[in-house]
Design a protein around this ligand. Structure first.
Ligand code: MLT
Length: 246
């Protein structure tokens, strides 16, 4: 299983899942280009480029096919991966994400945010994003998660954050990929997700054949961090029957 992290975090956002799944399957996380320990070699980092990095990591580890778990930007990258390497996907988990490209307004906000990261630094981005990334329950009652997310954001470079924003602004619409997916697919969304809401998620996800959709309670956009137990349990419940059949 390869877990692909959200923007603007890093692979440690999956730490709870790595513990929960340690006796279940082999799990692999990575710091995407521009985040965590990976450097930021470009001004703009496309989703195709990040997907190619995931594929290259698989090749380096001698893995032909994997279960992909992508949250938010990780989901955009999963769509690019599906488009480019469909045979390498055993099963798919898409969390708190969307298949469509940015609207013109969203694209403009993103490009402005990329400039802000370069001009004002990463703390300004953390201030802007934390109230959007986290649900009300977490913001009110779980200060340790708020601080964990802030530290992850602030550990990134302005260049990495700006590069990913520009890459996401230019990403393709992937709604055409939805109907072509033939891997078993689970879609998860935090019940308090303000960025990719439940209604929007229901709308795009039902275009995937045989999809399973599950709400993660008491969680916002970072559902795997905000309700780690429910998120991990959903992964195991979904994948358990597939272990012996694929
Ligand atoms: C994420 O969590 O990866 C971001 O919210 C994605 C986005 O900005 O669209």
């Amino acid at each position: 299983m390869i877990l692909i992290h959200a923007f603007p975090l890093n692979q440690t956002m999956w730490d709870d899942q790595l513990v929960a799944l340690q006796n279940f399957c082999r799990t692999i996380t990575l710091d995407l280009r521009g985040f965590g320990q990976s450097d930021a070699p470009q001004d703009s980092i496309s989703m195709d480029h990040m997907a190619a990095d995931v594929r290259a990591l698989m090749s380096a580890l001698d893995i032909d096919r994997a279960v992909l778990v992508g949250l938010s930007m990780g989901g955009y990258i999963s769509f690019a991966f599906l488009r480019n390497y469909p045979d390498a996907v055993v099963a798919l988990v898409l969390a708190d994400t969307r298949a469509s490209a940015d609207t013109p307004d969203a694209r403009e906000r993103r490009l402005n945010s990329a400039e802000k990261a370069e001009r004002e630094g990463v703390s300004a981005i953390a201030e802007d994003m934390i109230p959007l990334l986290l649900g009300g329950t977490t913001l009110e009652r779980r200060p340790s998660i708020v601080e964990r997310v802030r530290s992850m954001i602030e550990a990134n470079s302005p260049r990495g954050i700006a590069g990913a924003q520009r890459g996401m602004a230019g990403r393709r619409d992937s709604t055409d990929v939805l109907e072509a997916i033939d891997a078993p697919t689970l879609v998860l969304v935090g019940a308090e997700d303000r960025l990719t809401g439940v209604t929007e998620t229901e709308e795009w996800s039902h275009r995937i054949r045989g999809v399973r959709l599950k709400l993660i309670e008491r969680a916002g956009h970072l559902s795997n961090l905000e309700n780690a137990h429910e998120f991990s349990a959903a992964l195991i419940e979904f994948l358990q029957p597939l272990r012996y059949t694929r």
